[in-house]
Design a protein around this ligand. Sequence first.
Ligand code: DSN
Length: 412
Amino acid sequence: MLNTFDPEIAESLNREVQRQEEGLEMIPSENFVSEAVLEALGSVATNKYAEGYPGKRYYGGCHEIDVMEQLAIDRAKALFGAEHVNVQPLSGAPANLAAYVALLDHGDTVLGMDLSHGGHLTHGHPLTHPAKVWNFVNYKTTPEGLIDYDDIEAKAREHKPKIILVGYSAYSRDIDYERIKKIADEVGALTMADIAHIAGLIAAGEMKNPVPIFDVITTTTHKTLRGPRGGMIMCKKKHRKAINRAVFPGLQGGPHENVIAAKAVAFKEAAMPEYKEYAKQIKKNAKALETEFRNLGYEMCFGGTENHLLLIDLTNKNVTGHQAEVALDKAAITVNKNTIPDDPRSPMDPSGIRLGTPAVTTRGMGEEEMTKIAKWMDRAIVGWENEAELEKIREEVKELTSKFPLYPGLKY
Ligand code: DSN
């Protein structure tokens, strides 16, 4: 149908299928959903308006929509041990905004991680709207690359934040949630964790889980969790009303129920034994990459990885993050340029690259393939100006990826 009605879009989608099939996806926030998730996403649930929550809607005809949304809620609660779940946030940034709206008054202070140390734009970057409404104070990591809990404690005592925020987009170690909770209790702050990157690893029991002890936990559903592009908020029962009101009607209108149906499918997948094996392999693969990159003389930020990602400092290779990203793209290896802690360079051409293993692990690749990938990446980085070498790597990558098909026979 699409092929004949809109060939321009159909052809572009087919080229995107080919790009995903042939290349190596190493961006740590990306993944490949199952065909079951794709089916739910492309379903008729997209046709329905359903403002409100299951059992309390502002539109008729929501019976089946309620079934789907309630399944998503119940499955997420079981997966993470949450007291309350809201599956309507459209993505991670809206989920964080809703948490701030629910918990803060204008001008209140939030203590969150500095962006260049692994934090996230929505954790108070001056260019974001929340930074105009609330007062964000930043903490950093130590020179050894660990979260500076003493700095958090000192800043919490000094600034008396309403929220202490943890959870990061480029930090590669686990988090001491108990210590954060203790600091927060001492200064009367609420605890919030943005687990967007590591939600899948937490669901599988491969990383510590803040849900039982923190006030509010936000996440996306499309990263390690391997669901559709979307967001979710989990919280203690006492915050249920405030969180629900902040999402709707505070910030959003009609929920995207096709996406919510797909979230429910992904949560079912994440509760299966195969998914636990998948999460274990994500971490093993990240360690294998770390080992090979160290052998090749690369510097790792934060002292290495305990999760799915690596932040590599390219300073000693005399290549910038942008140059590496472009060269790797030509070799069909997708990463993203990234700032390193207190980066002297600009975010558009920083000193590092960020890479991760969730997507290649979904394809079934293991440690042996990671060693090959690190070697290809090294050749592409060292030879970033050598077009023939980049083309050669591209061909070698294509040969490997052809052995790990993603969506056999799929037309967009
Ligand atoms: N853009 C996501 C990431 O790549 O980490 C976070 O929002």
